[in-house]
Design a protein around this ligand. Structure first.
Ligand code: NIG
Ligand code: FE
Length: 387
């Protein structure tokens, strides 16, 4: 996590296919003539961020709940009163697919300006077969229209919808027997997710849903340990989840469990920032020899922001990660947490030229240090200049 190779005074060549063709120290730069030359003197060139956890297809904002929290209500109390995810689901059910697409496209454009080139996007604000599929079809359209790398995750098990309030078994059956077969039939999801928490699904329910997803070839990425240690990590590891996400609370036993696995801990520090909660114990996790990924969790309830540089600042300021660790966690580890590490996430010959050039800055540590500044000047995705 702490090893970040860096070349001072370097060149980098992008080929016609949008791939990284060569890079190295400037004295080895070929003298051939190029279609375009970008002078990056005094600047840094980094691989783009891989944001492996977002919910960026949503219908409306929830600043009313933000104000309720200022007045003293907790996130969980708001959820228990039928606000929270159910509030977003109601709005989404009333919104057309084309309007959702338009809003999601503008969010994708926004996150590109922050330097993000790969993004995982979850459903989970539909909570009916029709609306869950509507979100996943929007994500499929985004995949077709955008040159970003996009992965889709089915999160039907985000909350028990109001119409199944007294029949949770009925909703779980609907996820497994109605939604999953249709989603698999249309090839709409790459992963399956469950919100494993006291306010949402139990570890036993989580395992049942993960295993149903596995029948259709969907690997798991699980929301767990945001508020409670209740076995979500153990169940995810036992079922070979790609990642366990949130981890604001983690005990020693869970860290040991992660050490015996390939499951990646994915930390989302903007969520506790926004909810005024405690941060994941990143130092304890990394010092135990585990890798971590960093992602935004962009969603209208707990993190209305897709700003990866701000996530890096929080990682360094609040979780005591070093700038090198934070950059690795937000690039190659994020890529691994969405299985695109062979295509992007590092400056490697043959990978996509997903790169950004900073404004002139004195050092790499300056990026997380200068929190809130916009230091990303030019963004290239698959070799194409985006900003
Ligand atoms: O990752 N924790 C569950 N899901 C989202 C937020 C859901 C919401 O409040 O809309 C998260 O924080
Ligand atoms: Fe999330």
């Amino acid at each position: 996590m702490s090893h970040l190779p860096c070349i001072e005074d370097a060149f980098l060549i992008i080929n016609d296919l949008g791939r990284i063709d060569a890079f190295g120290s400037m004295d080895k730069c070929p003298t051939a003539s190029f279609e375009e030359v970008v002078d990056a003197t005094g600047r840094y060139v980094l691989p783009c961020w891989c944001d492996s956890h977002t919910h960026l297809v949503f219908a409306g904002s929830r600043e009313g709940e933000f104000v309720d929290r200022i007045h003293g209500l907790s996130y969980q109390e708001i959820a228990q009163r039928g606000g929270g995810i159910l509030n977003s689901a109601k709005k989404l059910q009333e919104t057309s697919e084309s309007h959702l697409l338009e809003m999601a496209e503008s969010r994708l454009k926004e996150i590109q300006t922050f330097g993000t080139s790969a993004v995982e996007i979850k459903s989970g604000y539909g909570l009916t077969p029709e609306s869950e599929l509507k979100i996943l079809r929007v994500i499929r359209k985004l995949k077709e229209k955008s040159n970003m790398l996009i992965k889709a995750t089915f999160l039907g098990a985000h909350a028990i919808p109001a119409h199944f309030k007294s029949d949770r078994e009925g909703y779980i059956k609907q996820i497994i027997e109605v939604m999953l077969p249709q989603i698999a039939d249309e090839g709409l999801a790459d992963y399956i997710d469950v919100f494993c928490e006291k306010v949402a699904f139990s570890p036993t329910e989580t395992e049942r849903i993960i295993q149903a997803g596995a029948q259709y070839g969907l690997k798991a990425k699980i929301h767990t340990n945001q508020f409670n240690c209740m076995g979500g990590i153990q169940v995810s590891v036992a079922n070979n989840a790609i990642s366990v996400d949130h981890l604001e609370v983690v005990n020693d036993e869970e860290i040991e469990c992660l050490k015996s696995s390939q499951t990646i801990p994915c930390l989302l520090p903007s969520a506790p920032f926004f909810l005024n909660d405690h941060y994941p114990p990143a130092r304890k996790i990394i010092d135990a020899g585990l890798p971590v990924a960093l992602a935004t969790d962009y969603n209208p309830g707990s993190t209305p922001s897709g700003n990866m540089p701000f996530v890096l600042s929080l990682a360094c300021i609040k979780m005591k990660m070093t700038p090198e660790e934070a950059i690795n966690a937000a690039t190659i580890m994020g890529a691994k947490a969405m299985e695109v590490e062979n295509q992007t996430g590092s400056i490697t010959i043959g990978k996509r030229a997903d790169l950004f050039i900073t404004k002139p800055i004195p050092s790499l540590a300056y990026i997380p240090y200068s929190f809130g500044s916009h230091l990303i000047d030019q963004v290239f995705i698959n070799g194409k200049r985006m900003t």
